[in-house]
Design a protein around this ligand. Structure first.
Ligand code: ATP
Ligand code: MG
Length: 299
C-alpha cells in the first residue's frame, strides 16, 4: 500500500477518550509509536496513520471525508451532526461500533435553591451549555420555550456568574455539579464513545483492513465482559452445579486423573461469578473454584 492509501484514524489528542482509544487500537494488534507533540502517529505494523486532534474536530473530519475512521463521544458527534445539518454542510457518517468507554450523560442541573418540579420549570429561563443543538432539540421535544446560552467552557459557574439560570452539561459522577452547588434534574442525552467511518466508499484495500479489524474489536469488547470459570465438582451434583453457573450453556466437563467421583468443569461466562454463587457451589462440594479474566476471544 502506498503512503496515500494508509487508513487514517482520528483520535482525541489528549483528554478523556485518548488513552482508551489508543488502548483499544493496541489491543487489536496495531503497533503505534506516539510522540506527544506530534499531530500524526504512524503504525509500525499496519498501513494506518493516527491523526491526533481536539475531539471537537473529529466529527467534521469524518463528515468532510478527510479521515476514514474516528473515535468520538456520541454527544459531540450528535451535536456536530445537528449543527452541520442546520447549516446545510455535509453531515453523513457510519457508526461502526458503540464502545465500552467514555460513558457520560448530558444533563440539566440547577442551583440548589432553584425550585424544579419538571422540565417545564425552565420555561422562560436561560440554560448555559456547550451543546445548544442537543439542548434545543430536547426543549422542542418537550414543548419548552427556554433559551440555550452557548458557553465553550466553565459552564458550571454560569448560574453563579449570573449568565444563566441553569446549565446543561456532561456528568459522569456528579461530583463537579455538587462542588458547584448544582443539582442534576433531567437527562438530555446519554453518551458513549463510538467508532465511526466516513460515508463515502473507501478503497478496497482500506475497506478490507477495516473488515479484518472489526471482529478483533468485537473480540476485545466481548472478552472484557466475559470470564473463564474453572472448578472441581462432585459428579452426583453435576446438574445442580451447572444450573448455578451464569450463562453456562455448554460447560466442558473433564475427568480428573485418579479421581472417579469428581470432575473438572470449565466454562466461558458472559457474567462474573458472584461470591454468593461461589459459596453455594462450595456448599455443594465444589472446590478449586477459579474466575479468570479473558484477554481475547474469537468465535
Ligand atoms: P478537547 O481538548 O479534545 O476538546 P474536551 O475538553 O472537549 O477535550 P474531554 O473533557 O476530554 O473533552 O471529554 C471528551 C469526551 O469524553 C466528552 O465529549 C464525552 O464524550 C466524554 N466524557 C466522559 N465522561 C465525561 C465527563 N464526566 N465529563 C465530560 N466528558 C466526559
Ligand atoms: Mg472538545
Amino acid at each position: 500500500m502506498s503512503q496515500s492509501n494508509r487508513l487514517r484514524i482520528a483520535i482525541q489528542k489528549s483528554g478523556r477518550l485518548s488513552s482508551e482509544s489508543i488502548a483499544l487500537l493496541k489491543a487489536i494488534g496495531i503497533k503505534l509509536q506516539i510522540r506527544d507533540r506530534l499531530l500524526i502517529a504512524h503504525s509500525t505494523n499496519q498501513p494506518i496513520d493516527l491523526l491526533r486532534v481536539r475531539d471537537d474536530d473529529i466529527p467534521g473530519l469524518i463528515m468532510d471525508g478527510v479521515v476514514d475512521l474516528g473515535f468520538i463521544g456520541e454527544n459531540e458527534l450528535e451535536e456536530k451532526m445537528l449543527e452541520r445539518r442546520a447549516s446545510k454542510k455535509a453531515h453523513e457518517f457510519k457508526t461502526l461500533r458503540r464502545l465500552d468507554f467514555g460513558g457520560c450523560r448530558l444533563s440539566i442541573a440547577v442551583p440548589t435553591e432553584f425550585k424544579y418540579d419538571s422540565v417545564a420549570s425552565l420555561n422562560g429561563k436561560k440554560v448555559a451549555t456547550t451543546y445548544p443543538y442537543l439542548l434545543e432539540r430536547f426543549f422542542a421535544e418537550k414543548g419548552i420555550s427556554a433559551k440555550a446560552v452557548m458557553l465553550t467552557g466553565s459552564v458550571e459557574v454560569a448560574p453563579r456568574a449570573g449568565v444563566a439560570d441553569a446549565i446543561c452539561d456532561l456528568v459522569s459522577t456528579g461530583a463537579t455539579l455538587e462542588a458547584n452547588g448544582l443539582r442534576e434534574e433531567d437527562e438530555v442525552f446519554v453518551s458513549k464513545a463510538v467508532l465511526i467511518q466516513k460515508s463515502e466508499d473507501l478503497s478496497p484495500d482500506k475497506q478490507a483492513l477495516i473488515t479484518r479489524l472489526l471482529p478483533r474489536i468485537d473480540g476485545v469488547l466481548q472478552a472484557k465482559e466475559s470470564k473463564y470459570i474453572m472448578l472441581h465438582a462432585p459428579k452426583n451434583y453435576l446438574e445442580q452445579v451447572k444450573s448455578l453457573l451464569p450463562g453456562a450453556e455448554d460447560p466442558t466437563v473433564l475427568p480428573l486423573a485418579g479421581i472417579n467421583d469428581r470432575v473438572a468443569i470449565h466454562v466461558v461466562s458472559s457474567e462474573t461469578l458472584f461470591w454468593e454463587t461461589m459459596e453455594k457451589l462450595k456448599a455443594l462440594g465444589c472446590s478449586s473454584i477459579l474466575v479468570l479474566p479473558i484477554e481475547k476471544m474469537m468465535g
